[in-house]
Design a protein around this ligand. Structure first.
Ligand SMILES: [Zn+2]
Length: 65
């Protein structure tokens, strides 16, 4: 997969919102929610997977269709 920005559920193509959830047993789960249909996706991201400090660079602006 070269890119994941289209919702498989509704085909919305402009990316996702991020959510944070505290699972039983502690820790934090970071996942995605489609802003169009609300479908959530757990990509098994855990804060320990992230390399700090993060550098945020603006990327492509996806046009509305
Ligand atoms: Zn969707």
């Amino acid at each position: 997969m070269g890119e994941f920005r289209m919702c498989p559920s509704c085909s919305y193509q402009r990316g996702f919102h991020v959510y944070f959830r505290e699972p039983e047993g502690g820790g934090v789960v970071v996942g995605l929610i489609c802003p169009n249909c609300g479908q959530s996706y757990d990509l098994a991201w855990r804060p320990g997977d992230l390399v700090a400090p993060l550098t945020i660079q603006p990327g492509e602006v996806f046009p509305a269709k």
